[in-house]
Ligand binder design. Structure first.
Ligand SMILES: Nc1ncnc2c1ncn2[C@@H]1O[C@H](COP(=O)(O)OP(=O)(O)OP(=O)(O)O)[C@@H](O)[C@H]1O
Ligand SMILES: Nc1ncnc2c1ncn2[C@@H]1O[C@H](COP(=O)(O)OP(=O)(O)OP(=O)(O)O)[C@@H](O)[C@H]1O
Ligand SMILES: [Mg+2]
Ligand SMILES: [Mg+2]
Lengths: 227, 227
């Protein structure tokens, strides 16, 4: 499903160049459940942004579902994202002036889903994520963990083929975090490819495969051995 | 140092009233090290914001260092915050157009510290928090955990009497998180009062006292028994 080959992403700050991704090779089959771990600043978000077509590579190639997406136009990338990718951002990026329910509904509207179906799905995910009484709140009227759950609900409501989650439990207590992960794992059981960046070692060990990044490179890429 | 009495904070959203803080009584002595835990949405950030004078109570009183601060003007609250309180926000609130070093330096400038001393202190904290080569980066040129550490550096660089940290390790790997907590604990050893909201049970168990919140109320308030 995903093939990165020699993937490099450089950032220039003044005189300095940061090699946020440094010659990364990666293959992901459809339906895999992968945890991405590593120190702060090691390139995890940069990797996820590249895979999610939110950012372009400086060097190397990216094939998504066997199409070379490296050189596509912004419009083409936006279309693929809308149709195939759900992204949970490390800092959510909710739309401030829209209530939680409207934020969650937006991808369904962009996908052309009819109003009745949209309303039903939004109600269902609000329930799933423990937000049933918070649908009318705008992001600034929500707690940190509630915003995080709205971001996750928004990314999953279209049941995308590829779900990319950047630190989805970083602002959640143990219980809310477990609830969220169970939902994401159910989606993976249904065939959705799930890539999750996480700082939580317990969470990482629930995946089938763990990729560890250090300084923009993949240091290890192994199956997770369940004890 | 801190006395909250009958502290209540209500939020109105449409027809609904959320009792984010519900009749909370709390006493904190100078120099204490307290963890605040509880489910997402239980009122932890609201409690910290009230203590940090970033938000006013709907009912009840707040005495800080034996002065009633409940009815003070915005200017008076701002002055007390500047002089006595360091706040690490759950979502950092860094100034987007300032580089990391300038973000960290700002409280020192507001406190009237001279330029040479400011430069020395900023350099020292950048080093402490593993950001020595990131001082020139703006927040949007930093990873999530790097931004978090800049927020912590900014809150601690003035060595405030009262340090309030809302989820200070939420975006940090285990190692960076430990480093940060060790620095905050050293400050507490030097007499700084430290209140930390955290979802990490291991972190919470390092404190001397643990306050658990549920639905806007303090459910328990106990000494932490070190095993
Ligand atoms: N726009 C940018 N300009 C310059 N440098 C950047 C930019 N974005 C990221 N970086 C740098 O690239 C490196 C990788 O960043 P990235 O956000 O991918 O890290 P991360 O592994 O997600 O970290 P964290 O766990 O802290 O979120 C970091 O050292 C960061 O400072
Ligand atoms: N401005 C607001 N308007 C309306 N409701 C609010 C507002 N701010 C917070 N709330 C509500 O008050 C409750 C407490 O919020 P708070 O941010 O204190 O929770 P928290 O314990 O910090 O949660 P988390 O662990 O998710 O950060 C939540 O249910 C939230 O929806
Ligand atoms: Mg990141
Ligand atoms: Mg909070």
């Amino acid at each position: 499903m995903i093939t990165l080959s020699g993937a490099t992403r450089d950032f220039v700050v003044g005189e300095q160049t940061v090699h946020a991704l440094n010659n990364v090779d990666l293959e992901v089959e459809a339906g895999e459940y992968i945890a991405i771990v590593g120190p702060s600043g090691s390139g995890k978000s940069t990797l996820l942004n590249a895979i999610g077509l939110l950012d372009r590579l400086s060097k190397g190639t990216y094939r998504l579902e066997n199409h070379d997406v490296t050189g596509l136009s912004d419009d083409e990338l936006a279309r693929i994202r809308r149709e195939k990718i759900g992204f949970v951002f490390q800092f959510f990026h909710l739309i401030p002036r829209l209530k939680a329910s409207a934020n969650i509904e937006l991808p369904l509207t962009l996908a052309g889903v009819d109003p009745a179906e949209r309303a039903a799905r939004v109600t269902a995910v609000l329930e799933d994520y423990g937000l049933a009484d918070r649908g009318h709140h705008r992001p600034d009227q929500l707690s940190g963990g509630q915003r995080q759950r709205v971001a996750i609900a928004r990314a999953t409501v279209t049941r995308p083929k590829l779900l990319l989650a950047d630190e989805p439990t970083g602002n959640l207590d143990r219980t809310s975090g477990k609830d969220v992960v169970h939902i994401l794992e159910r989606l993976n059981d249904d065939g959705i490819t799930l890539l999750m960046v996480t700082h939580d070692p317990e969470l990482a060990n629930r995946a089938q495969r763990k990729i560890r990044m250090v300084d923009g490179a993949i240091e290890s890429d192994k199956a997770v051995v369940s004890l």
